[in-house]
Design a protein around this ligand. Structure first.
Ligand SMILES: Cc1cc2nc3c(=O)[nH]c(=O)nc-3n(C[C@H](O)[C@H](O)[C@H](O)COP(=O)(O)OP(=O)(O)OC[C@H]3O[C@@H](n4cnc5c(N)ncnc54)[C@H](O)[C@@H]3O)c2cc1C
Length: 311
């Protein structure tokens, strides 16, 4: 039985680490600095790329501009991923992202699949002790479909028609090019613990790949709640995912404060919510009272942020 999700792979094929290190930060810095400078962009670029402006200074400006939500500045850089072994279930979700992306996907019209094991069975089926031989019957149903597919091809039914028998479990390959702004947006949605498991695994690999070439850019890829400072998923109103408090609870505290049921104090001290800081700054939260939500563990933007198993 094909193992669950083990074939899934996302590799950053362009740019290389060297190109990212040399050019990506200066490009974004130049975009940001141009907005606030009398110098022409070419001058700004020359200073940035020659490191007359140190990386740390460039990163500080980029971070500030991103914190202010000026997202066009990070649309100037792109990343291209080779994605393979993902299911059609995943690819259907992936290609729903329209802005700032380009996709090319293996065709089920032009490819007549000879392999009969290029599908994925979810862990809930392979690992679960399901009654009535459900796991075996699931497997058999797919195998029967693929057997029929082969027979249809032999009977000279075109592949574009024979494929109608394929299940969502069929694996596929894509090339995805995406700019940094959209990659952050997509990661915000797809690293969320509410996202479907397979696409979440894909984005964990994508985040790992970006960290490989740039920990600075990688640190921006996190579940959307990390940047927002709260969770806005209706399915998490019970806060079973504890990366960030739910918006309803945040608003309840705010309403209690505005209604005078919380009073100002010197503490407690909590981590600042900005995801764009290399280290969380600790700032006083000047309220106290019975309605305060209990303190939660706070994840900072790191390669592990958003991994529910680890927060
Ligand atoms: C957990 C989860 C569950 C989901 N469940 C379902 C489901 O049950 N059914 C379903 O159909 N879909 C579902 N989706 C898909 C979802 O509705 C979006 O289509 C998908 O996430 C693409 O994101 P996006 O809309 O932000 O578009 P993107 O293309 O990623 O666009 C990025 C941003 O650009 C802006 N933008 C892009 N295009 C336009 C436009 N035409 N007009 C104005 N602004 C634009 C928006 O601000 C948008 O957020 C789900 C997604 C997630 C993450």
């Amino acid at each position: 039985m094909p193992a669950a999700s083990t074939d899934l792979s996302a590799r950053l094929i362009f740019p290389t680490k060297e190109i990212v290190e040399e050019y990506y930060l200066p490009i974004i810095y130049t975009a940001c600095r141009t907005c606030y400078s009398e110098q022409v962009p070419e001058q700004i670029w020359d200073k940035a790329v020659s490191r007359q402006v140190a990386d740390e200074k460039q990163q500080n400006l980029v971070r500030k501009v991103m914190e202010s939500g000026h997202g066009s500045t990070i649309e100037h850089v792109n990343f291209t991923f080779a994605i393979s072994g993902v299911t059609r279930t995943l690819s259907h979700q992936l290609v729903r992202h329209r802005a700032g992306t380009a996709f090319d996907q293996q065709s089920q019209r032009y490819v007549s699949f000879k392999k009969r094991d290029n599908y994925t069975v979810p862990e809930s089926i392979t690992k679960g002790e399901l009654p009535d031989d459900l796991a075996g019957r699931f497997q058999q149903a797919i195998d029967d479909n693929l057997e029929l597919y082969g027979q249809l091809l032999q009977a000279e039914v075109p592949a574009e028609d024979a494929r109608f028998i394929f299940p969502n479990a069929m694996q596929t390959n894509l090339i995805m090019t995406v700019n940094l702004r959209q990659l952050i947006h997509m990661s915000g949605l797809r690293l969320c613990t509410m996202a479907q498991w397979e696409i979440r695994q894909l984005f964990k690999q994508i985040r790992h790949e970006i960290f490989r070439v740039s920990p600075f850019f990688g640190s921006f890829l996190a579940p959307k709640c990390v940047a927002l400072g709260y969770c806005d998923e209706m399915g998490n109103r019970d806060e079973h995912c504890r990366i960030r408090p739910h918006r309803d609870n945040v608003m309840a505290v705010w309403e209690a404060y505005r209604g005078g049921r919380l009073s100002e104090t010197d503490g407690p001290v909590v981590a600042e919510t900005s995801p764009f800081r290399p280290r969380p700054r600790r700032v006083p939260l000047p309220v106290t009272g019975d309605d305060v939500v209990p303190e939660r563990p706070v994840a900072v933007a790191s390669e592990s942020a958003g991994d529910a198993d680890r927060v």
